[in-house]
Design a protein around this ligand. Sequence first.
Ligand code: URA
Length: 191
Amino acid sequence: MEQMEQLRSRCLSCNQCPLCETRHNVVFGVGPENTGVMFIGEGPGEQEDLKGEPFVGPAGRYLDEMLSIIDLGRHNCYIANIVKCRPPRNRDPLQTEQDACIGWLRQQTAIISPRIIVCLGRIAAMKIIREDYRITREHGRWVQKNGIWFTAIYHPSALLRDVSKRPDTFADLLSIREKVREVCPELLQMQ
Ligand code: URA
């Protein structure tokens, strides 16, 4: 707890990239630290920037629905982003911004020590799983690195825009539920 609070307070005054000049709030991350599962998006949008919390806009509401299908939610998962400050007009975060910010996520991950990391969308998958990750081809596949299981699913914003991607994502969510049952079943008891 202490460690994460200290990390959060250092992160809140970060000025390691120009996104700090336009942000209203740093969007650090939310969720219990004793969870085994992390969901990682790309970066805050307008609502997140205003509130200081990840996934609270339309994509966030959709993410909440997706998670509830498989008995997950903010009460038993940690949710964060690759970049902690909103890129102007919701553009993709630049490589330099991602590189400046990724250290915060690495430290969050070290504290949580998750068994499963789910990347939400292409940008997170390319930063976390593999630089040349192809989300259309590879979503839902599992890879294990250093004792952690990684997968990626379509970003909830992409699912809001393109309903044809939803059946595939439903299958991916079921596979995430299986993996949770297998490697961190205690998480399903968390209130
Ligand atoms: N999209 C993201 O990738 N992250 C958020 O926090 C909100 C929207």
